[in-house]
Design a protein around this ligand. Structure first.
Ligand code: FPP
Length: 239
């Protein structure tokens, strides 16, 4: 069975999971962090090299202040509590998204996680935090324009590959498989450039209920797909 090298997940449905149980939304996010822990473990065991998770989008700031602060708190807790274990297990943490406008303590924690785990090689965990594709692409375009202006690069030489080098995901392979839980059928500003040839799997379960079996199901679905990357498969050329 072909295992995708890079799996990216839109962890959706925490709020609905909590509502269905008569719990506050933050309880859903807490349960979501637990599902994330299990998924990181399972992904490593299943031979996935890269796992990207959408933890906070640039649009999530429009949620009530208390929920934004709950999500910030959970990120801090996740890094403080889990960083040592992630490091012990050889996980390399990388963070994508806009950082300049984050609170200094959050930025410091994100940098600490990246610095500590920089030479780890077992699983790459990419946390998309304060991330939105359009923002990422606009920042990349701005930085590339500055490089042109200062004479570092020539505008005529710009290619899709060289542009990708200005994205937050520079050096990270494109996702092979994107999973979204909770039954919603959209990408919500997640990895729009990078998803060009990704296979998409939408699962009905809410994120806190996502487990090893769901990941295995998504991998099976991936393995059954025929990926052509805009070309044709060899056996069809002869026909
Ligand atoms: C979507 O559920 C989920 C999020 C906006 C945040 C995802 C966050 C976690 C899994 C926990 C935080 C993890 C870290 C590392 C910070 P939703 O709230 O949109 O659910 P709903 O659509 O049912 O309301």
């Amino acid at each position: 069975m072909t295992t995708p090298a890079h799996v990216a997940i839109i962890m959706d449905g925490n709020g609905r999971w909590a509502k269905a149980r008569g719990l506050p939304r933050v309880a859903g996010h807490r349960a979501g962090v637990e599902a994330l822990r299990q998924t990181v473990r399972a992904a490593g065991e299943m031979g996935i090299n890269w796992l990207t998770v959408y933890a906070f989008s640039s649009e999530n700031w429009s949620r009530p202040k208390s929920e934004v602060s709950d999500l910030m708190g959970l990120l801090k807790l996740f890094i403080r509590r889990d960083l040592a274990e992630l490091h012990r297990n050889g996980v390399r943490v990388r963070v994508i998204g806009e950082r300049e406008n984050l609170a200094p303590d959050i930025r410091a924690l994100l940098e600490e996680a990246e610095d500590l785990t920089r030479s780890n090689r077992s699983l790459n965990l990419v946390i998309a935090f304060n991330y939105g594709s359009r923002d990422e692409i606009a920042r990349a375009a701005r930085n590339m324009a500055m490089a042109v202006k200062s004479g570092q690069i020539d505008a005529d030489s710009i290619t899709a590959e060289s542009f990708a080098g200005f994205l937050d995901t520079a050096g990270i392979p494109d996702p092979d498989l994107i999973i979204r839980t909770s039954g919603e059928l959209r990408l919500s500003n997640f990895l729009l450039w990078q998803a060009a040839y990704a296979e998409l799997v939408f699962l009905p379960c809410y994120w806190p209920d996502f487990g090893r079996a769901d990941l295995a199901e998504a991998l099976r679905s991936f393995a059954s797909r025929e990926r052509r990357f805009g070309g044709v498969i060899a056996s069809d050329i002869a026909l």
